[in-house]
Design a protein around this ligand. Structure first.
Ligand code: DQA
Length: 152
């Protein structure tokens, strides 16, 4: 497997609480369930998928920085840091990897403070409101892109 077919799925704060946190918003499945789905969907698409979660902004910044040259792309659900973190925006800009921003919930149907994302200007695309299917769609889009298809 070449480096370009490796994808890092990154989760930000409180996403380790999936299944226990507001199941009416985020569903009843756990982060481990979601990460297993990402690895198996990735495998079916010819991707090697690694998954990491952190509640710490600096750790996410470091993982994004280190992903350059190791991974071909990123799937990023930065949780609440989506709406606050210029540092994550800058890390994505610095590393330049194709990134798909994903949110389980439809952030535009929720509080107005969730409507702005510092991640989106650095993302190839944004998916929200589709739950786990959003990750399936993100991995499919990245696989097609990494194989040379730019979107047609
Ligand atoms: C979230 C949406 C964010 O607004 C929130 O802070 C999260 C999860 C989502 O997946 O829907 O932690 O990124």
């Amino acid at each position: 497997m070449t480096d370009t077919m490796r994808v890092l799925v990154l989760h930000g704060p409180n996403l380790n609480m999936l299944g226990r946190r507001a199941p009416e918003v985020y569903g009843s499945a756990s982060l481990a369930d979601l990460e297993n789905l990402c690895r198996s969907e990735g495998e079916a698409l010819g991707l090697e998928v690694d998954c990491r979660q952190s509640n710490h902004e600096g750790e996410l910044v470091e993982w994004i920085q280190q992903a350059g040259g190791v991974y071909g792309g990123l799937v990023l659900n930065a949780g609440a840091y989506t709406h606050t973190s210029i540092a994550l925006h800058d890390a994505l800009e610095a590393v330049g990897l194709p990134t798909i921003e994903v949110h389980l919930s439809n952030i535009f149907k929720r509080e107005s403070f969730r409507h702005h994302s510092y991640i989106s200007p650095q993302a190839v695309g944004v998916i929200c409101g589709l739950g786990f299917d959003g990750y399936r769609a993100a991995l499919l889009a990245l696989a097609r892109r990494l194989k040379g298809n730019k979107g047609a």
